[in-house]
Design a protein around this ligand. Structure first.
Ligand code: FE2
Length: 361
């Protein structure tokens, strides 16, 4: 068998290629969009046919190459059914088996916690643990619907019960370590070894990590298998050139772009609309900001989890209902308004200047 561990320097992401040199069938796990040419070249070098691209979850730090590989090579994209990636060819469920090559199979183990739809993949004695389990760590659980308790349960009950010698290949490593084993993680992982569920939850609640640089771009894009709006139109069309690399867009660029597509109101207008009623008020700041002070009757739905949680908020069930969004200064709310519009909401407003302007008014 052919096995390669590939690395994306920009986001410290590992991508895995597994292929059967006899039948030529290949699978890529967590491919990164900026490396698509390398993947195509690598596949061509070994005369391989890409059957599947498998995502361990909807990534917040990079954009998947899955959609583009489907367009260029005809491979099938597979993402957990809990990720809300409706354009994926295959909606993965716990226990699914992906068959390829001569009797090879990759088994899906649901490992929710980093995100609700996170999975790990087991091929022979190798576990691809995505962002659920890292070498000496694990994925964060403070956004994208993360749940530290759920992560503890699935790591201790589903991964640490695999044979000790199972090799662990993570979705990232920030110190360029390549591989670990179940025994090594069970006995030495500082967040998990000898830790109770409560201790683990406490550790995860106090990591104080910065927000991922690319989250506003990557999460929505990955729900469409990494394709931008134009590319989503034409499903399986062979393309000669890769999409322009949007990787280099700064937050400011994203904001400028978002503001061109949304409607803003000032605080006085917002106040009037709220007084009239019939409008849902959405606070998209973080929980701690909301707790420190918010506008009366505002629903809390942080920007980082918007795409994952909006469908579960009863007040947002009617996509034609008027929605007023605010954040601290009006940036996040503009991005959130843009996102809600792309999800089909027809009457979305962002409050310019945010809660700061509201308090000053
Ligand atoms: Fe992740």
């Amino acid at each position: 068998m052919l096995f390669k561990q590939l690395f994306d320097q920009d986001t410290w992401t590992y991508t895995y290629l597994i292929a059967d040199p006899m039948t030529k069938e290949a699978v890529l796990i967590d491919p990164v969009n900026t490396h698509i040419d390398n993947y195509i070249q690598l596949l061509a070098e070994h005369d391989l046919q890409l059957k599947y691209t498998l995502e361990t979850h909807v990534h917040a730090d990079h954009i998947t190459a899955g959609g583009l590989l489907r367009q260029r090579l005809g491979s099938e994209t597979a993402v957990s059914q809990l990720c809300g990636a409706q354009t994926a060819d295959i909606q993965i469920k716990d226990g699914d088996i992906f068959e390829f090559g001569e009797g090879e199979h990759i088994k899906v183990i649901a490992t929710p916690g980093h995100t609700p739809g996170s999975i790990s993949l087991l091929w022979r004695d190798r576990l691809f643990s995505g962002d659920s389990l890292f070498i000496g760590g694990c994925g964060r659980t403070d956004f994208q619907g993360g749940d530290a308790g759920a992560l503890y349960d699935c790591i201790t009950q589903r991964l640490f019960t695999l044979p000790d010698e199972t090799l662990v290949y993570p979705g990232h490593d920030y110190q360029q370590r390549w591989v670990s084993s179940i025994m090594q993680e069970r006995t030495t992982n500082p967040r998990l070894a000898g830790k109770t569920r409560e201790q683990f939850i406490d550790i995860m609640a106090n990591l104080n990590l910065p927000r991922p640089r690319l989250i506003d771009e990557a999460v929505p894009a990955n729900r469409y298998c990494g394709l931008d709006e134009n590319e989503r139109q034409d499903a399986i069309v062979v393309r000669d050139k890769t999409r322009p690399i949007r990787h280099e867009l700064s937050t400011q660029d994203l904001l400028t772009e978002a503001k061109q597509h949304i409607s803003e109101v000032d605080t006085a207008t917002a106040k009037k609309l709220l007084a009239e009623g019939h409008i849902v008020l959405l606070d998209v700041r973080e929980e701690s900001e909301y707790a420190a002070g918010h506008i009366d009757n505002a629903l809390l739905l942080p920007r980082g989890v918007l795409e994952f949680k909006f469908a579960h908020v009863p007040e947002l069930a009617d996509k034609n209902k008027a929605i007023l969004i605010y954040c601290r200064t009006g940036g996040r709310s503009a991005l959130a308004a843009n996102t809600l519009q792309s999800l089909g909401y027809t009457n979305v407003l962002s409050m310019a200047g945010g809660f700061e302007a509201w308090q000053n008014a």
